[in-house]
Design a protein around this ligand. Structure first.
Ligand code: 13P
Length: 238
């Protein structure tokens, strides 16, 4: 199972360092069979630790160049980073990033062998139209994306469940992940208000291979609590 923490625009360089040290200390002792990824803001990028992979929340699809405000391969290489999150809904819907642009970034980082956590998710108005509309919307977000890329991790994050405190219903998550599994053989994470209350039922779903966590990942205790809740021997399969 994969546990990924997306800090978004939270934490500083100093607090990220402290977070990683504390989490690494816990993971070293508890030896969970989980892959752990942390995505701090660009100013706090740093090398990962023995048990934690540090990745970028986004990056431009070029080595370096005239792209004001962006970071690219050169900046990531300085910290030996080879994991990048692409297509997060906040970039699609707030920043206005197009599918074409995201696909360009995907192609670039695929070319450079990066692990890519690729995010998709439908807005509420699409969910209200029914599951067929959801499936169609999600598959369109894979335009130009190589689903067979061996370092691909997909994250399904319904826009209406992000940062709202209300996750999708377990049945909705199950149905959507089953649909994605038809064509995606790589891990598929769920994201959107994952917290201690719902982690067990989400993690128990057959086609959920992990979680991408925002708010509940910001404190080490909280993120660790999610892992502890589904550690072997803890998981509730009902
Ligand atoms: P929340 O866990 O705060 O809902 O955020 C989810 C998310 O967008 C992770 O990428």
């Amino acid at each position: 199972m994969i546990f990924a923490a997306n800090f978004k625009m939270n934490h500083t360089r100093a607090s990220t360092r402290e977070y990683l040290e504390r989490l690494e200390g816990i993971l070293r002792v508890e030896e969970y069979p989980f892959k752990v990824l942390v995505f701090p803001p660009a100013t706090a990028l740093c090398e990962g630790t023995d048990h934690i992979t540090v990745g970028a929340q986004d990056a431009w699809g070029a080595e370096h160049g005239a792209y004001t405000g962006e970071i690219g391969l050169q900046q990531l290489r300085e910290f030996a980073i080879d994991t990048v999150l692409l297509g997060h809904s906040e970039r699609r819907h707030i920043v206005g990033e197009s599918q074409e642009r995201i696909a360009e970034k995907f192609a670039f980082y695929r070319e450079h062998g990066f692990e890519i956590v690729y995010c998709v998710g439908e807005p509420l108005e699409v969910r209200k139209e029914g599951f067929e509309a959801v499936a169609e919307y999600l598959w369109e977000q894979f335009d130009g994306i190589d689903l067979d890329y061996e370092r691909l991790i997909v994250a399904y994050e319904p826009v209406w469940a992000i940062g709202t405190g209300v996750a999708a219903e377990t049945e909705q998550i199950a149905q959507t992940h089953d649909e994605l599994r038809r064509r995606i053989k790589r891990p598929v994470l769920y994201g959107g208000s994952v917290k201690l209350d719902n982690i067990r039922s989400i993690a128990a779903l057959e086609n959920v291979d992990g979680v991408l966590v925002g708010s509940a990942s910001l404190e080490v205790e909280s993120f660790h609590g999610l892992m502890a809740a589904v550690a072997p021997g803890q998981i509730d399969m009902d």
